[in-house]
Design a protein around this ligand. Structure first.
Ligand SMILES: *[C@@H]1O[C@H](CO)[C@@H](O)[C@H](O)[C@H]1NC(C)=O
Ligand SMILES: *[C@@H]1O[C@H](CO)[C@@H](O)[C@H](O)[C@H]1NC(C)=O
Ligand SMILES: *[C@@H]1O[C@H](CO)[C@@H](O)[C@H](O)[C@H]1NC(C)=O
Length: 344
């Protein structure tokens, strides 16, 4: 990670021009020029309980017998510098296979690698469009039912899922789960350029690194903030970049745990971040379960803390809530105050 890029995302409100100028010095960054799909750099791998190693899907010949009939289809979308083995695949896939779901892991690593972030953001739209193409084929061939389709995207992959939703407008996506949706270059107002609630009938979001790699503002029908989305336990000192990668990845860890958690991650409602931090919201009756069994009617912002190590879920135990911000971020109090003046 180069310093300029780190510094610019550190500021949260980074200048796209600054990032672009820096990346121009890199020679090997690759930006797609068209929406050709199938594309050699966008591959889809199908996993089922009987085929846990995965099988490359050909978009030319999709075979019905490879899919388990009448089961949910979970499509996992990695983030920047990821691949089909990394977040959220590592945390979720084996657990989803235990549920006997059909799992497709998308791999677009050659379109989203370090240090080519602005190219990755550019490519994300085309990757989303290719997902829409695949889903249309699966639906047309009656391999999957529309209401069984669930996209789960991590970081940049959350916006990729949103783009898939945009390109599937006639056949609206059922469900998108966004695991710490990426912030850099996504602090835009235009919802066509990022994940938003119009991208699926239900969009649920988990925030775990709102100060750096993930978005602070809500972008779903329901947005869960774990440990305020500010820090996650046992990740390291607050001012280091690796610590933030750990916070960011933790969204996928929590979601993975939710698949088989006997305890459950329950958040309580609070209309905004500032009210939460100042203790105005208390856990009363408006409680929602986060994770794979989220209630599709859930709306608004929910907050909860976690245990310091796995299992992270605390159920309905709200006895040790930490609403303190001091010492939990690299930002000084003035900046925090400014941040929360807005709609946050
Ligand atoms: C994904 O990336 C990791 C770390 O770079 C690497 O070890 C692994 O082989 C990659 N997996 C695939 C499927 O590309
Ligand atoms: C795939 O990505 C590489 C760069 O990572 C690029 O050189 C190549 O042209 C791309 N191929 C296609 C079909 O887009
Ligand atoms: C987004 O909208 C707000 C108010 O609606 C405005 O103050 C802000 O400048 C806009 N930001 C961008 C990047 O356009």
């Amino acid at each position: 990670m180069n310093c300029l890029w780190s510094l610019s995302i550190l500021m949260g409100y980074l200048s796209p021009i600054l990032v672009a100028a820096f990346e121009d010095e890199e020679t090997n960054c690759f930006a797609l020029h068209d929406n050709a799909c199938p594309n050699a750099n966008i591959s889809f791998w199908l996993y089922t309980k009987s085929n846990p190693q995965g099988k490359l899907l050909s978009l030319f010949t999709i075979r019905k017998k490879d899919f388990l009939p009448l089961k949910p289809l979970r499509l996992l979308i990695h983030g920047f510098n990821g691949n089909r083995s990394l977040s959220p695949n590592a945390q979720l896939r084996h657990r989803l296979l235990d549920l006997e779901d059909n799992v497709i892991s998308l791999d677009y690593q050659k379109l989203a690698y370090e240090p080519c972030y602005s190219e990755a953001v550019h490519n994300a739209k085309y990757v989303g469009q290719c997902i829409a193409h695949l889903l249309t084929m699966l639906l047309d061939n009656e391999l999957v039912q529309s209401e069984d389709i669930h996209l789960i995207g991590f970081g940049l992959g959350a916006h990729v899922a949103g783009f898939a939703g945009n390109f599937l407008s006639n056949n609206k996506l059922e469900h998108i789960t966004a695991l710490d949706p990426a912030k850099p270059l996504y602090l835009v107002n235009d919802t066509a350029q990022k994940l938003d609630p119009s991208d699926a009938k239900f969009v649920d979001v988990i925030h775990t690194d709102v100060m750096m790699l993930g978005l602070l503002d809500p972008v779903g029908h329901v947005d869960f903030y774990l440990n305020m989305g500010v820090t996650q336990p046992n990740c390291g000192p607050v001012n280091e970049m690796d610590t933030h990668y750990c916070y960011h990845n933790r969204a996928a860890d929590y979601y993975g745990e939710s698949i088989a958690s006997p305890t459950g991650f329950y958040g309580f409602y609070c209309p905004n971040f500032k009210s939460y931090a100042s203790g105005l919201c208390v856990p009363k009756k408006d409680i929602q379960l986060m994770g794979i069994n989220v209630e599709p009617e859930a709306r608004g912002r929910y907050f909860m803390d976690t245990n310091n190590s796995p299992p992270y879920a605390k159920g309905h135990d709200y006895s040790h809530l930490n609403r303190e911000l001091k010492g939990r971020t690299y930002m000084n109090d003035d900046i925090i105050e400014k941040l929360f003046e807005g709609k946050a």
